[in-house]
Design a protein around this ligand. Structure first.
Ligand SMILES: [Zn+2]
Length: 140
């Protein structure tokens, strides 16, 4: 059947963020670079970069929306690129991807965790046997 060591499970919260960036890049690329179905050669690497950053996000299930996050995980260049994409695609999301836009709106209401809190919690979790693993079981 499926091999868990090979297919690293992506947190649903992170999957949703990946879908959101895909949708935003789709809007931006279509309107600026005339992309048909896929993204153009400039936007596709940005998409892959964003996906990598999301998978590496230390907050995972607690991830805040990126522009409120204290961790600056993007390079200066990528940060500026993605900011441009979001500035353009953000206001257009409710029309083209209402459901994702709605979820993103809810995410804006999330408490923004700090890295220090996250580390303290991981430490406690390691000491008591609770923590990230226990949290994972609370599926919606
Ligand atoms: Zn493009």
């Amino acid at each position: 059947m499926n091999n868990p060591s090979k297919t690293k499970r992506v947190e649903p919260r992170i999957r949703q963020e990946q879908r959101t960036i895909d949708a935003m890049l789709g809007i931006y690329c279509q309107d600026h670079h005339g992309g048909g179905r896929g993204l153009c050669d400039d936007c596709e690497p940005l998409r892959l970069y964003a996906h990598q950053r999301l998978v590496a996000c230390p907050f995972q299930v607690q991830k805040p929306v990126c522009n409120r996050c204290e961790v600056h995980c993007y390079s200066a260049l990528r940060r500026e690129q993605v900011r441009q994409v979001m500035r353009y695609a953000g206001p257009r999301m409710p029309l083209r991807h209402p459901w994702l836009a709605f979820l993103h709106m809810l995410d804006k209401l999330r408490r923004v965790p700090s890295l220090a809190q996250l580390r303290a919690r991981a430490k406690r979790g390691a000491a008591t046997g609770h923590g990230a693993r226990a949290e994972k079981q609370s599926k919606p």
